[in-house]
Design a protein around this ligand. Structure first.
Ligand SMILES: [Zn+2]
Ligand SMILES: [Zn+2]
Length: 334
């Protein structure tokens, strides 16, 4: 019989379709050619390749600072979802509410190379990418108009990317989105009931149970959540309770780079470079000290597609057992 599992933190229900479950190997797309084999290292038409940098008004951060041979750049999105100038103005006529679209929309160029991907980068390079995330996150958070910052990466067409050069994005929003507020409220309820952080409780359970663990280091644990939304859906959770990514020490950032690389290499080599999304979930800007929130990274390989059922119910069907997916990823040599 299928099993319907609930994620304690998000309250999302997932149908774990044990009877339709596929073996982990069945999700590998063997026809796919990884980016490092199918693309050139430099593309003269790519705006993110070295030598094609747009004017200085678009660049917001370069690491190392001022270096011609930069390693990571952060630039304003050419087609931003939100605009940086203007006041945050709310309007409400009793039925319809709106707010002016102020905010930030930036692109983190993760490498000088056009045909690489984080799984193939060195730890030091990923460390610089994460430092750029944190630096820009702090700047956005100090802007009083900003309520929430989203850090994410789309890798491959199924994950929604339009540009091939390895990059991720940061969006600073003038509102706390509904999805984030719902999680905040659930975590607050758990804290009220138990006096504990729900994410710390889940992490302690995973460390005790161990069947869904993938890898760990001194500061982080990577596992498939009990109610994983899709095959290989992975959480990378800091052992130390903290609501905000912005407070993480440089030593921990480096360990985050190490475990992110480890997980992405398991995907890259074990599943033949699947499309994926990465989302770094940090507390809303003005809740950085909240006891009940806990920042973490979610990695979602796009090996299956969501459709009407997911849209209509907000529920997911996972056609792989999280315990099997985790065992498969543990077995991949990186
Ligand atoms: Zn490029
Ligand atoms: Zn916690």
């Amino acid at each position: 019989m299928p099993e319907i599992r609930q994620n304690m933190a998000t309250k999302q229900w997932v149908i774990i379709s044990t009877e339709r479950a596929r073996r982990p190997e069945e999700f590998i797309d063997l026809s796919h050619r990884p980016v490092h084999e199918s693309l050139p290292a430099y593309d003269p038409d790519c705006p993110f390749c070295p030598g094609n940098e747009e004017g200085p008004d678009m660049e917001v951060l370069r690491l190392p600072q001022g270096a011609d041979d930069w390693q990571v750049r952060v630039v304003k999105n050419k087609y931003p979802a939100l605009t940086q100038d203007g006041e945050r103005v709310r309007q409400f006529d009793g039925v319809n509410r709106s707010i002016s679209g102020v905010g930030y929309h930036e692109v983190v160029v993760e490498s000088r190379l056009h045909n690489t991907t984080p799984a193939l980068l060195e730890v030091e390079q990923l460390n610089i990418v994460l430092m750029a995330f944190q630096t820009r996150g702090v700047v956005m958070s100090l802007d009083d108009r900003i309520e929430h910052v989203i850090y994410f990466k789309n890798h491959g067409p199924r994950a929604g990317t339009s540009l091939l050069h390895p990059h991720s994005q940061i969006i600073g929003l003038p509102v706390v989105p509904y999805n984030v507020r719902g999680r905040d409220e659930e975590a607050r309820r758990f804290f009220d009931d138990t006096g504990a952080c729900v994410y710390c409780a889940m992490l302690a359970d995973e460390l005790k149970e161990r069947s869904r663990l993938i890898s760990e280091n001194d500061d982080f644990v990577a596992f498939q959540p009990y109610a994983a939304l899709s095959p290989f859906h992975t959480w990378i959770m800091p052992r130390e309770h903290h609501p905000s990514f912005l407070m993480v020490s440089p030593v921990s950032i480096r360990r985050l780079a190490e475990i992110c690389r480890d997980i992405l290499r398991r995907f890259h080599f074990g599943l033949n470079d699947p499309d994926y999304n990465i989302v770094l979930r940090s507390a809303p800007v003005k809740a950085w000290y909240a006891d009940h929130l806990h920042w973490y990274v979610s990695v979602i390989p796009r090996v299956t597609q969501t459709a009407g059922f997911e849209l209509g119910s907000g529920m997911y069907i996972n056609t792989a057992l999280p315990e099997h997916s985790a065992a498969f990823l543990r077995s991949i040599q990186v």
